[in-house]
Design a protein around this ligand. Structure first.
Ligand code: ATP
Length: 454
């Protein structure tokens, strides 16, 4: 097997996602809408896996974090109190020549409208305006009247829904700091610089966890969550060479942050924030206490009162999915043919196993393959495929990252065994048909590391 070493481009990932039905541009038949994508079958399955792995690590496997699902449209005063109405802005510049609009602090990620090989401002024809602040929140109106009094916003982050529920949850969850509240849901930002596929969307699915701690423990918990989140990615097979922690310097931090470290991934567009882990201090609870008049504080049994500090790991499923796809994408030559393979962690992979009758029109093979598929599918996402040459069927599964294929062949008819083919090593071994279910259950809980570089 020879590796075909070419630097990975975003276009390669975009075209695989399209070809195999992971992700498509949204409302495509009308020309699409910038930075908005729809997820197809395998995309949805992969997203579901990422969401449930995050939820497993954050909620199910811990005693100190509970779940919440707050509304997308909140009372607009929430966003005034949080500082988003005044300050959730990016600096934008317009180019008077090509009429495109760019984020002033990210010109190196954008392409010039006239000369796409150059960045905005790099050609003599570029004529950029001075930067001005642009609020990223989408506005809407609630109720029948469309005036100032009905103005509301689509949430730009899920975190505020957690802060405004602090009192409810702290009372009902019977937890005391340190404890956390986790939430997954859509967030919306009218991003200025579209492009870069799933990396920067106008509508994305955020996963945020706000961890409330006694102020004196904040630094320790901040360090703890940076490492816990880093390890989560490594356990899910992300290659260490492509993941790093970068601490923000003081002038880069958001208005609420006392300290922030990003987990950065080496995307095809360079090192970029995958997940942020911030120490938000007491900023949010204090702001909402002041603006709402409801005290969002903690009272210990001995009567001591304090406003907890908040440690927040925040990420979107979309950025994780893009990182996993980029990390997993591989091409190699097997025999004399190129093979595209997604070396996804089996627990992230959309389909866990394919069940393939070698000769679909052979009734003995067809019946056994179908029976195996029906035995496995209540337990795992598996696929039964009987269309086309076996080689083509393997390749299709390789491209969507299916870790194993069980093939029912002539020998199955003689001794009731099947072949299991491993996506990464291409090794094949035989298993008794009756043992496949247990074998797959077991394979899915094993550790997995990418066969590529660590
Ligand atoms: P950036 O600097 O890239 O705009 P940010 O610092 O504004 O990101 P946060 O507000 O910290 O991002 O959001 C937390 C997480 O939500 C990010 O780490 C990222 O995973 C995700 N996220 C934020 N904006 C987007 C977006 N437009 N599309 C997809 N995911 C996003």
């Amino acid at each position: 097997m020879a590796e075909t070493a070419k630097p990975l481009t975003m276009d390669t990932i975009v075209s695989l996602c399209r070809r195999r039905g992971f992700v498509f541009p949204s409302s495509e038949i009308y020309g699409g809408i910038g930075s908005t994508y729809d997820y197809g079958h395998y995309g949805v399955l992969t997203k579901n896996n990422i969401r449930s792995l995050w939820f497993g690590a954050m909620v199910q496997e811990r005693d100190d974090i509970v779940a919440l699902d707050s509304a997308i449209i909140l009372n607009p005063r929430v966003w005034e109190a949080s500082g988003h109405v005044a300050g959730f802005t990016d600096p934008l510049v317009d180019c008077r020549t090509c009429k495109l609009r760019f984020r002033a602090d990210q010109l190196e990620l954008a392409s010039c409208g006239r000369k796409p090989s150059k960045h905005p401002g790099e050609t003599p024809d570029c004529d950029l305006t001075e930067p001005r602040q642009f609020n990223l929140m989408f506005e809407t109106h609630v109720g029948a009247l469309q005036d100032e009094s009905s103005l509301a916003y689509l949430r730009p982050e899920t975190a505020q829904g957690i802060f405004v529920n602090f009192k409810n949850v702290a009372q009902l969850a019977r937890r005391k700091p340190p404890f956390g509240i986790a939430q997954v849901g859509k967030s919306f930002r009218n991003e200025i610089t579209p492009g870069n596929f799933l990396f920067r969307l106008r509508e994305f699915e955020q996963m945020e966890m706000e961890f409330f701690v006694p102020p004196g423990e904040a630094d320790e918990w901040h360090a703890y969550w940076i490492e816990a989140r880093r390890q989560w990615y490594l356990d899910l097979g992300l290659r260490q060479v492509n993941l790093r922690v970068r601490e923000h310097d003081a002038n880069e931090r958001s208005h609420y942050s006392l300290a922030t470290s990003d987990l950065e991934y080496l995307y095809p567009i360079g090192w970029q924030e995958l997940e942020g882990v911030a120490n938000r201090g007491e900023y949010d609870l204090t702001q909402h206490t002041r603006e709402s008049g409801t005290k969002l504080e903690w009272i210990d049994p001995d009567g001591t009162r304090y406003t907890p500090y908040v440690i927040e790991p925040a990420v979107s499923i979309d950025r994780i999915m893009l990182a996993f796809l980029c990390d997993a994408y591989d091409e190699e030559v097997v025999g004399d043919r190129k093979r595209v393979v997604l070396r996804l962690h089996p627990r992230v992979a959309p389909v866990k196993a394919a069940i393939l009758p070698l000769i679909p029109r052979d009734e003995g093979m067809a019946t056994r393959a179908r029976a195996l598929y029906e035995e496995l599918r209540p337990h795992h996402q598996v696929e039964h495929d009987e269309s086309g040459q076996i080689g083509r069927r393997y390749r299709r599964q390789d491209e969507i990252g299916t870790p194993w294929a069980f093939t029912v062949d002539e020998q199955t008819l003689e001794d009731e065994t099947v072949t299991v083919r491993d996506r990464d090593s291409l090794a094949q071994e035989r298993l008794p048909l009756s043992g496949v279910r247990e074998w797959l259950d077991d394979a899915l809980v094993q550790e997995w590391r990418s066969p590529r570089s660590p």
